[in-house]
Design a binder for this molecule. Sequence first.
Ligand SMILES: [Zn+2]
Length: 85
Amino acid sequence: MKCMYCGGEMEWTRSTYTIDRDGHHLFIKDVAAYICSQCGEKHFQESEVAEVLTGAEERRCGGAEAQRSRNRAREQRCRGEREPG
Ligand SMILES: [Zn+2]
């Protein structure tokens, strides 16, 4: 795979994925991606990112509003853990 910016060789490796979401800046470590060996440009695979994001939201007990409404039961369980009794 060639870099779309400089034409350098891209290596399949792992890097930190950053995303702005709901006003929060998320850093997700160790996401598989192509990194340009020449200019350092990162190209993340959508499937890899989606997989990691799903895991991150489950750990945070919530995430986007849509995610919450789809997983109401899980959200209630999470809230119970935060507020015992
Ligand atoms: Zn490049």
